[in-house]
Ligand binder design. Structure first.
Ligand code: HSE
Length: 439
């Protein structure tokens, strides 16, 4: 190899960074051959240099001085794999300011500070590559940014959080407790350092923001669209969904409807026969629709050490051969030139799954149906399982039973208005569960 080695500063040596080192150090690794250059790890910036590490890095490369690492004029590329949005932001901006290309897996950083980061990179004529930030090992950024450029993309439906998908699959398949499965997802390296972002829908929403920016040219912020996680979901509702022929998934959607962009991340019922409903464990899946190519589906490991490292290394090869430097300026990242406006939550139209806990007494279903009807909501099916015959006078109260309703297509605004009225009924008790249905 006649070309000089590419010199790296790696920020962080956690799960993903260790996977990257493992690939680069691997015997017979094809990476250098594909890049036409070898890679030299100059610096690895960590919080504590004395901690035992799962991979070997060059002697004296470990440092706590991330600023010196990114500013070293002998470094060509900075791999930001520390996560977070404070030091990571400063480090990425410092790397760009000193002329380094940056590779990052940090969707929180790009979703929050993409504006600043991409503008700085364009100005400094360096590139920021982020394949690992969306859908783990699935090469979705390359597919959208490079291979679908002949299309106007009109729809994205995706499972983008491996931790949530793993939890849902284990809860449904093995009836395991939420907390146990979450602890296992952390042990397996799927979850973020703070897993709250995984289970409350934030991580998936950040990835959807990045994908929407790239695919639809629309800059959207977290506050602009509805987001709900799986942290409040009950197994009972997943089982009712199964009974109705559906599976519950944390679904991320961005869809062009006229001049508007419908966007949301929520637990959603999907027909069981759909590929997206059958995507289990820590897998992710992205279904795209382009006006020329039609439907396109990509699935694979969405979380975990080696799949995410695979995406980081693909960016590294792209930078080494100069491809990323050519495509980055053309991607128009974080410029808003789509002409789309984000649809308000109330206007979103779809079917809904509703569950109420109701008193098992005369007229209750009639009252619920009446309120839904007065809000122009038509019922598609109702489940109320037979409750035991109880004598209220002997038991000191009326039994409470779950009432599950599938609606026909309606708006989120109508559902919210109906829910406000239903909350006034003394016969309808909390919790009220509402989930979207994707047809
Ligand atoms: N914590 C993420 C997930 C993986 O569970 O999907 C990294 O994006």
């Amino acid at each position: 190899m006649s070309e000089p080695a590419i010199r790296l500063a790696i920020l962080g040596l956690g799960t993903v960074a260790s996977g990257v080192v493992r690939i680069l150090n691997g015997p017979n690794s094809p990476v250098s051959c594909r890049a036409g250059r070898s890679f030299e790890i100059r610096h690895v910036a960590v919080r504590d240099t004395s901690r035992p590490r799962e991979v070997e890095v060059p002697v004296n490369s470990l440092t706590t001085d991330w600023l010196a690492a990114v500013s070293d004029p002998e470094v060509d590329v900075v791999l930001e794999l520390m996560g977070g949005t404070t030091i990571a932001r400063e480090a990425v901006l410092a790397a760009i300011a000193t002329g380094k290309h940056v590779i990052t897996a940090n969707k929180a950083l790009l979703a929050e500070h993409g504006n600043e980061v991409f503008a700085a990179a364009r100005k400094a004529e360096v590139c920021v590559a982020y394949e690992a930030a969306v859908a783990g090992g699935i090469p979705i950024i390359a597919a959208v940014g490079r291979s679908m450029t002949g299309n106007r993309i009109v729809s994205i439906e995706a499972i983008l959080n491996g931790t949530s998908n793993f939890i849902l699959s284990e809860m449904l398949g093995k009836h395991r407790q939420y907390e146990d499965v979450l602890a296992e997802a952390q042990a397996l390296g799927y979850a973020e350092a703070d897993p709250a972002m995984d289970v409350d829908g934030t991580d998936a929403a950040q990835k959807l923001i990045l994908l929407t920016q790239l695919a639809l040219g629309k800059k959207v912020e977290l506050k602009d669209f509805p987001r709900q996680g799986i942290d409040t979901l009950e197994l009972a509702d997943m089982l009712y969904a199964e009974e109705l022929g559906y599976r519950v998934k944390l679904l991320a959607v961005a869809r062009v409807v006229g001049q508007q962009l419908e966007m949301h991340v929520e637990p959603t019922l999907l027909r069981r026969e759909r590929a997206i409903a059958q995507t289990d464990g820590a897998l992710n899946i992205v279904e795209l629709e382009g006006d020329a190519v039609g439907h396109l589906v990509m699935a694979g490991a969405g979380a975990g050490q080696m799949p995410t490292a695979s995406a980081v290394v693909s960016d590294l090869v792209d930078v080494a051969i100069g491809r990323a430097q050519q495509t980055f300026p053309q991607l128009n990242l974080w410029q808003d030139d789509s002409g789309l406006t984000v649809m308000s939550a109330d206007q979103i139209q779809r079917r809904y799954f509703l569950r109420f806990n109701v008193e098992d007494r005369p007229r209750v279903i009639a009252e619920v149906a009446d309120i839904l009807g007065r809000n122009q909501i038509s019922l598609a099916s109702i489940i109320q399982h037979e409750a035991p015959e109880v004598d209220a006078s002997e038991n000191g109260g009326v039994p409470i039973v779950p009432l599950v309703i599938m609606t026909h297509r309606t708006t989120e605004g109508s559902i919210r208005a109906a829910e406000a009225s239903l909350a006034q009924l003394s016969t309808v008790r909390a919790p009220h569960v509402r989930m979207a249905v994707a047809d």
